[in-house]
Design a binder for this molecule. Structure first.
Ligand code: FES
Length: 109
C-alpha cells in the first residue's frame, strides 16, 4: 500500500521485506525501481540495485543460480555487486544505500 512505501523523514524508502526476499530469492520493486538480492550464496547480506540497464533501459533480471544480473534485451551481464561483466552496456548497475530495520528493507534513492 502507498502508506508503507512512502519516503520517510530520514530519506529512506521501504522497498520490501526480508520475509518476501527469502521466499522469492529476489524482489523487484518497479516503483522505485529497485531489485533486492542476497549477493552472496548462503549469506544474509542484502544488496539493492537499480535494475535499469545502462545500455538502453531494459529491466535486468537476477539469475540466482549463476549469481549474476542479466539483461533480457541485448545480453549485458553484471556481477552480484552490479559491476559490468559483459556489454553492450558500458557501465554497471547503480547500487542503493541500503539498511534493514527488523523485517523491512529500506533504500535511499
Ligand atoms: Fe540491456 Fe541493451 S538494454 S543490454
Amino acid at each position: 500500500d502507498t502508506a508503507t512505501f512512502s519516503t520517510r523523514p530520514d530519506g529512506f524508502i521501504p522497498v520490501g521485506t526480508i520475509q518476501e526476499l527469502d521466499k522469492k530469492g529476489s524482489l523487484l520493486n518497479s516503483k522505485i525501481p529497485a531489485l533486492i538480492i542476497h549477493n552472496q550464496k548462503n549469506s544474509q547480506d542484502i544488496f539493492v540495485v537499480n535494475p535499469t540497464c545502462p545500455h538502453a533501459g531494459c529491466v535486468v533480471k537476477w539469475k540466482g543460480n549463476k549469481e549474476e544480473f542479466l539483461c533480457p534485451c541485448h545480453g549485458s551481464q553484471f556481477t552480484a555487486n552490479g559491476q559490468l561483466m559483459k556489454g553492450p552496456a558500458h557501465q554497471g548497475l547503480k547500487p542503493y544505500i541500503t539498511k534493514v530495520e527488523g523485517n523491512l528493507i529500506l533504500v535511499k534513492p
